[in-house]
Write a protein that binds this ligand. Structure first.
Ligand SMILES: *Cc1c(COP(=O)(O)O)cnc(C)c1O
Ligand code: SF4
Length: 346
């Protein structure tokens, strides 16, 4: 399969006037650096929220004690490029390339390395596997970024999946609306809408990523009837505050993008300097629920090491003692609620 012809890659040193240093060159030789003109254009000053997400940092190499693949994705892969962790859904890694290599990427071990898309032979093996497992109802295209593939390759994958009757839902995980919005064209939307029900989960991390261009990309997709969700990664120094998170989530909802997940950062090697405590994440969640539209509140999830799956965590606003619930409201008021109903099966 083929990647799109891609002209907007920019040299990060030129784009940001960064001093070339041996240590930075070392980082970029271990973990590839790539930027788009568009995304580099969102940087307002060195070390701002956009800069931190895309510019190499020596701390990536200093993080020695974590695992390359803590989620055991490689072990859960029955055929190349396919991850089967849950009974009814699989992830297909169709691309190794992204418009921008996020420094905190959970697939840091894969993206930009080798840089090859899935081969057609691997795709057919994955399709055969899915066809042979009727329990699989939901296929998630991921990578790397699936929308870095050209239209023909995307059609091949999507039409292949649609030939399998038990695949009800197709999802695409992509950061292209955020990092290369020009890729979202009317032509691409015409292609995608042939394969409904199709969901796209995009990946905005900061309100500064909501621009006229990224908003236009989301509008095109939403107008094609594609349900848009968003997965945000909780990042130290980027979005680990209630105010930023409120602005981001409410802003997304206005773009017809429904906040889906807020991810606790995985324990992936090379990313430790971005990780906040779970306590911080819970405080942020407490600052969202009740304070902004419930439609704009994502689930805060920890993807457990060892491939045990995602667990949603909540602030402890509910303590149950028998039939008495000790609840805490969004304003902090303590309220007792008696659960007086007994269900017949009890
Ligand atoms: C996150 C993930 C999914 C999808 O999980 P949902 O909670 O349904 O969004 C499926 N498979 C793997 C391996 C995942 O990491
Ligand atoms: S776009 Fe996604 S897959 Fe690509 S580098 Fe960023 S986080 Fe990783």
């Amino acid at each position: 399969m083929q990647y799109i012809k891609y002209t907007s890659a920019t040299n990060y040193k030129k784009a940001t006037n960064i001093e070339s240093s041996k240590s930075i060159d070392l980082v970029s030789s271990r973990y590839p650096v790539r930027l788009t003109d568009y995304y580099a254009g969102l940087i307002r000053q060195p070390d701002d929220a956009i800069w931190k997400q895309c510019m190499p940092d020596v701390r990536e190499l200093e993080d020695a004690d974590q695992c390359l693949d803590p989620l055991a994705e490689d072990i859960l892969s029955p055929v190349s490029g396919l991850i089967h962790r849950y009974p009814d859904r699989v992830v297909l890694l169709v691309s190794n390339r992204c418009p921008v290599y996020c420094r905190f990427c959970m697939r840091k071990r894969l993206v930009g390395c080798g840089d090859a898309p899935m081969t057609e032979a691997d795709l057919y093996k994955a399709l055969e596997y899915i066809a042979a497992h009727p329990s699989i109802h939901d296929v998630i295209l991921s990578g790397g970024d699936p929308l870095m593939l050209d239209d023909e390759s995307l059609s091949l994958i999507l039409s292949g999946l649609r030939m399998i009757a038990h695949v009800a839902i197709i999802r695409i995980g992509t950061r292209v609306p955020v990092t290369l919005p020009a890729r979202i064209t009317p032509g691409l939307c015409t292609l995608l809408k042939q394969y409904h029900p199709l969901y796209i989960n995009t990946h905005f991390n900061h309100p500064a990523e909501i621009s006229a261009d990224s908003a236009a990309a989301c509008t095109l997709l939403a107008d094609a009837g594609i349900q848009l969700g968003n997965q945000t990664v909780l990042l130290k120094g980027v979005n680990d505050s209630v105010d930023i998170m409120r602005e981001l989530m409410v802003g997304l909802l206005s773009l017809r993008v429904k906040p889906y997940y807020l991810h606790q950062m995985d324990l992936v090697k090379g990313t430790a300097h971005f990780r906040t405590s779970v306590r911080t994440g819970l405080e942020i969640m407490r600052g969202l629920r009740g304070h902004i539209s419930g439609m704009a509140v994502p689930h805060y999830v920890i993807d457990l090491p060892g491939g045990k799956g995602k667990v949603a965590v909540l602030p402890d606003d509910c303590v149950i003692q028998g039939t008495t619930l000790h609840l805490r409201t969004y304003t902090g008021e303590r309220v007792i609620y008696q659960d007086i109903t007994t269900d017949p099966q009890e």
